[in-house]
Structure formats: C-alpha cells, structure tokens
Design a protein around this ligand. Structure first.
Ligand code: ADP
Ligand code: MG
Length: 274
C-alpha cells in the first residue's frame, strides 16, 4: 500500500467509525481483499460492505428485542419432542408458529398439568415472534400481580397497564398457581379488555376453565367476563400427557404410580379458532 493509499485508508476507517458503521469498519479489510481478488465493481463492493452492516444491525436489534421479552429461558420449537406428547397436534402448533394469530390479535390458551411443556411452547412461539420482529413480553401471573399498585388511582396503575398493552404478543405464564385478590383480578380484567381484538396473548394454566374463578378472587362474574373475551378469538390447546420433567425418573422406575395420562383436567373448552 502506498503512503497516500495508507492515509486514505485511515481516513475511510475514521469516517466509518464517526458514522458508527462499526461492522463496516471491521469488515473493510476482508471485503476489500475479496473485492480485489474477485474483481468486483465499485457498486458490488459498496453493496457487500453495506450488507455486513445491515446484517449486524439486524442481529443486534433482535438480541435487544429478545432481552426485552424477558423469557426466563430460551427453548425453540425444534427442541420440542412432539413424539413424547402424542396427544398434542403438532400441525396445530406449526400453524400457530406462522404467527397469523398475532396479526389477528388472537389468544392461545395452553392448559395442562405441570411439566407437559406449556412454558416451553409459549417461549418457543414467543421466540418465533421476536425473530419476525414483533415486540413480545413474557411474565408470570404472580410476577404481574406483585407489580400491580394497591390503588387504582396510583399513576403506576395506568403506567403498568400501558406497558402490558404495548407488546404485540403478551405471554402470561402460570395462571392458576397463585390466586389473585379482587384488585389484581380487576386489573387483569381491564388488561384483557384493553387487549381484546387488539393484541395477541398466550396464557398457560394448570387449571381447567371450570376452576378459573378460584384464580380471580372467587368472582364468577368477572371470571366469566375474562374468559368470554379470551375465548372469543382463541385456540385452546389441552395437553393431557405426561410430565417431561419426571420422565427420566419414571424411566428409572423411581416414581411408581404416576399416571401416564392425566385425567384431572376439567377444561371443557372446545378447541376453536375463528
Ligand atoms: P410446564 O410449563 O407445562 O410445567 P415446561 O414447559 O416448563 O412445563 O417443561 C418442563 C421442562 O421439560 C422444560 O425444560 C421443557 O423444555 C421440557 N419439556 C417439556 N415437554 C417437552 C417436550 N415434549 N420435548 C422436549 N422438552 C420438553
Ligand atoms: Mg410452566
């Protein structure tokens, strides 16, 4: 490289840095080398260099979006063993993974006993949504309940409501493990009303719908109002199979008498789509 070319090179690098085109800075040497070897046109060279920057930015945005989703752990659909859960309709899950339910602002309800993969599926679908560019937010119902202010007039009330209304996909996990008091139940009802026909949701629960009033402060009227909206445009997935968590122990024979098919679910929801 002549000294003149060397100076130009440094200027180019410095300008790229000033413009915060960081990936172009690090790819410059490699792409310039490939360009001279491949006898690329100037436009081709610029195009390849820009492509590096765009790809890196896209990946950065995705990583940020995934962090903001607050998944407790990350598992994909590919990591889900459908053969372990033969009662589960794989085609239906694959259809949900096309994310049409997000565009149609529908709700997915994953119902079943512990360990059958409800959270796994919710996260996997959430991850698909993040990859497709949607804002996603994951929260357990008990975490959510803890964040609800004790007064409706508290400015935090509407702030929290806005934050949970904003994401295109809201995942509420573990509905049913912890019962809510009447104020928290009312917050949930308001949230469901705000998102109704506007924002998609995934709810997971260990309880069949007949028991849901015990989650919402024993309030049958409020529970019916919540369920009515959730189920209107929804897909209900009942997973009645075995716990994946316990499978190794069962295989090893250390848990005797564990039911191979759970019968304790009272969910009577018909699987319905719009
Ligand atoms: P749930 O939310 O229904 O209690 P999880 O989704 O937390 O169950 O699943 C428990 C553990 O078992 C997780 O680590 C999950 O990834 C794994 N798991 C559950 N079902 C399957 C499956 N069919 N294939 C692969 N891993 C599974
Ligand atoms: Mg779970």
């Amino acid at each position: 490289m002549t000294s003149e070319a060397g100076v130009n090179y440094l200027v180019v690098q410095e300008n790229l840095e000033r413009l915060k085109l960081t990936q172009m800075v690090s790819a410059l040497d490699r792409i310039a080398e490939e360009a001279s070897q491949g006898q690329w046109s100037y436009i081709e060279f610029l195009g390849k260099l820009l492509e590096e920057e765009m790809t890196a930015r896209q990946e950065r945005r995705m990583a940020i979006r995934q962090r903001m989703s607050r998944f407790p752990w990350v598992k994909t659909l590919d990591q889900f063993d459908f053969s372990f859960q033969p009662g589960l309709d794989e085609r239906k899950i694959r259809e949900l993974a096309t994310l049409r339910f997000i565009e149609k602002a529908e709700t997915i309800l994953l119902i079943g006993p512990p360990g059958v993969g409800k959270t796994h599926l919710a996260i996997a679908l959430g991850l698909e949504a993040v990859r497709a560019g949607y804002a996603v937010y994951f929260i357990t119902l008990s975490e959510l309940a803890e964040q609800i202010p004790r007064e409706k007039t508290d400015p935090l009330w509407s702030e929290k409501m806005r934050a949970l209304t904003y994401p295109r996909l809201l995942i509420i996990d573990e509905v049913g493990y912890v019962p809510l008091d009447s104020l928290a139940s009312y917050f949930l009802f308001s949230l469901v009303c705000r998102r109704y026909e506007k924002g998609a949701m995934i709810w997971t629960s260990n309880k069949g719908f007949a028991e849901w009033s015990t989650i919402f402060a024993g309030d049958e009227v409020l529970t019916t109002a919540i369920l009515d909206r959730l189920l209107h445009h929804s897909t209900v997935i009942n997973i009645r199979g075995r716990s994946y968590r316990l499978r190794e122990k069962i295989q090893a024979g250390s848990i005797v008498g564990y039911p191979t098919v759970s019968t304790n679910l009272t969910a009577d929801a018909k699987e319905k789509t719009r």
